[in-house]
Design a protein around this ligand. Structure first.
Ligand code: UT7
Length: 331
């Protein structure tokens, strides 16, 4: 085997629906208040897709922008990976829908099911393929339309979620740059904490379970919260240790945007300044696999993440899964 290459993100982009759903709008749907939502989650508003729009629509928009920024054409892409659990349809994969829309017939394409950790799981797969020299340009997308699987009668969940997509082009980068460490994990004892009971092979959709909203997200919020606080910090610790770094070496953390109190727990745990954690949670809510690339793209656009910076991304979600990566930003 030849020498392993370094792989890194060489361009980032994102796409969200135009339609905004504010906390005031939610006050009209369920028994909640803007104050409760802001204090308990940090979310002020979220974007929601319109009827007829699906996950692939935003995945494709983000992908086209990421390709443009990298100066690439769809035909230059060797592999497409989409992290999502709200694909347009159960069959085919959303990655194949993206491939078809981009018009790059022949390019391998598949989805990764790791819920909110999907983008970072997908990055880790891309990293391995690039490092080994199997592929040169990989499109990694995190996209979710959570409002399609939201139970709008459940105030414990419907105030949290939003829609969006983010895309990265991953390719070879200079030695010392790019994706330097990963920490992926899953705790299957938590399978019941965050799930969509109906619509799979175990419980196909029936009129009865539709009436019970069993085709929508069911969450044990407290359980997920405790899990998230724990694994978020542990995963950051582990990626730092892999590269012999300390929290002070980090220029920016882009955490999964689920709840500002979960992010604050890491701010306190590591004793870092608040501005070393970038989130746009207040504008978009929890967009699952899209949240980390949405955050990264905005941080790069604002100049808050730039070449040579040490950046940590960390996510957690249904499974229960988690995933972190430490990168030295390559552009
Ligand atoms: O991507 C990963 C997926 N999910 C997450 O990361 C979510 C993690 N969990 C959370 O963020 C939090 O658990 C929530 C924000 C969902 C809830 O916060 P909590 O501190 O765990 O509150 P709770 O569920 O224990 O509820 C506290 C109270 C309850 O009322 P009582 O029983 O004390 O009278 C709830 O009924 O808050 C009530 N409540 C609400 N009140 C107003 C729950 N949702 C709402 C709401 N508006 N939207």
């Amino acid at each position: 085997m030849g020498e392993l290459r370094n792989a890194g993100i060489i361009s980032m982009a994102s796409a969200v629906p135009d339609k905004v759903l504010t906390n005031a709008d939610l006050e009209k749907i369920v028994d909640t208040s803007d104050e409760w939502i802001r204090n308990m989650t940090g979310v002020r508003e979220r974007r929601i897709a319109s009827e007829g729009e699906g996950c692939s629509d935003y995945a494709v928009k983000a992908a086209r922008k990421a390709l443009d920024k990298a100066g690439l054409e769809p035909k230059d892409i060797d592999l497409i990976i989409v992290g999502t659990f709200t694909g347009d349809q159960q069959l085919p994969s959303t990655a194949c829908l993206v491939q078809n829309a981009l018009g790059c017939v022949g390019t391998p394409a598949f989805d990764i099911a790791a819920a909110c950790s999907g983008f970072v799981y997908a990055l880790s797969v891309a990293n391995s393929f690039i490092r080994l020299g199997t592929y040169n340009r990989i499109l990694v997308i995190g996209a979710d339309i959570l409002t399609a699987v939201t139970n709008w009668t459940d105030r414990g969940t419907c105030v949290l979620f939003g829609d969006g997509a983010g895309a990265a082009v991953v390719g070879p980068v200079e030695p010392g740059y790019g994706l330097l460490a990963f920490d992926l994990g899953a705790d299957g004892t938590g399978v019941d904490a965050l799930r969509i009971p109906a619509g799979g092979s175990k419980m196909p959709i029936t009129h009865e379970n539709l009436d019970e909203h069993a085709n929508k997200i069911v969450m044990q919020g407290r359980e997920v919260f405790k899990f998230a606080v724990k694994v978020q910090s542990e995963a950051i610790d582990r990626v730092l240790r892999q590269v012999d770094m300390t929290p002070e070496d980090i220029d920016m953390v882009v955490p999964h945007a689920a709840n500002i109190r979960i992010i604050d727990s890491a701010v306190n745990r590591f004793g870092l300044p608040r501005d070393k954690f970038f989130t746009n949670l207040e504008k978009y809510g929890n967009t699952s696999a899209a949240s980390i690339p949405l955050g990264l793209d905005e941080a790069v656009e604002l100049g808050l993440v730039k070449k040579d910076d040490t950046v940590v991304v960390v996510g957690f979600g249904g499974g229960l899964t988690w995933a972190a990566s430490l990168m030295k930003w390559a552009y």
